[in-house]
Design a protein around this ligand. Structure first.
Ligand code: SF4
Ligand code: SF4
Length: 262
């Protein structure tokens, strides 16, 4: 969300896959890259994984250099934000006349705009139910002479499907915390949350490389999978955090069960 004029979120209509909207973002627009200034960009766990690999850094190095962390006022959970550069609060990945230098690995929020995604677990359908709303940033000219898209086409074109999938796993933690009736985490619990969700290279070292009883209790096939696939590792780590902080009990069991159901 920008610090300047508030964007207008049209929540009068919740859009789904077959609904349409009109938008075109091209370098020819007079507003090109304006949306990469003066914004508060919250990073999700999968955003961090993609960008730190793009930059050839560990997650710890990336977090230290490019982000700030605070505990969310409402959630009580750590929130990671991209540090913008003074004096105009420019995104550090924007280069004048070049645009976004991490375009193929840009965060989910940058991909999804001009849409905002709302997701909820429903008892009526299996999995997650999602809706999209149009977000109109005051200076954005993308709506003028825009091409028509269905929501489905936009998601595919912008490559947000994997981001949504990982964000939904992250969302399970918020839901689990709420259902467990936990208001505040201790400092140690906040560290666990931070490591499992955001600092995936530290999680790998702690969980897969150090002496760790929980690893020995886990199924061998799962250990092999999360050792060789970092996206699988992140999904596992987030569910590990959920189990450890909000559900209690042994860690491996529920993850294996959830994967068996998929
Ligand atoms: S059209 Fe909108 S999204 Fe595209 S560069 Fe301009 S302000 Fe940014
Ligand atoms: S990551 Fe790229 S698209 Fe997103 S704000 Fe930064 S420069 Fe703009």
């Amino acid at each position: 969300m920008p610090n300047g004029p508030e964007p207008y979120i049209d929540d009068s209509k919740a859009l789904q896959d077959d609904d349409t909207f009109c938008f075109s973002c091209t370098p020819e627009k007079s507003c090109f890259t304006r949306c990469c200034y003066d914004l508060n960009l919250v990073l999700m766990p999968y955003d961090i994984l993609r960008i730190k690999n793009r930059l050839g850094m560990t997650s710890s190095e990336f977090l230290k250099k490019y982000t700030s962390v605070h505990v969310g006022f409402g959630s009580g959970l750590p929130v990671v934000m991209l540090k913008m550069e003074d004096p105009y609060l420019k995104c550090p990945f924007l280069e004048e006349n070049k645009g976004c230098t991490i375009y193929e690995d840009r965060p989910g929020a940058c991909r999804t705009y001009p849409l905002a995604r709302m997701a909820r677990r429903s008892t009526e359908i299996e999995g997650v139910e999602e809706f999209y709303y149009i977000v109109r940033e005051p200076d954005c000219r993308g709506f003028k002479d825009g091409k028509e898209w269905t929501i489905r086409e936009w998601k595919e074109n912008e490559g947000v499907v994997k981001y949504n999938e990982m964000n939904d796993i992250f969302g399970e933690l918020y839901q689990a915390k709420q259902e467990a009736g936990i208001e505040h985490l201790t400092a140690d619990q906040i560290d666990i949350f931070y490591m499992g969700c955001y600092d995936i290279d530290s999680f790998r070292i702690n969980f897969l490389e150090g002496p760790n009883l929980e690893r020995y209790m886990e199924d061998e096939e799962i250990i092999e999978r999360i050792s060789s696939d970092e996206e699988e590792l992140l999904a596992y780590a987030m569910r590990w955090v959920k189990k450890k902080l909000f559900s209690g009990g042994c860690l491996g069991c529920s993850v294996s069960a959830a994967q068996d159901q998929n």
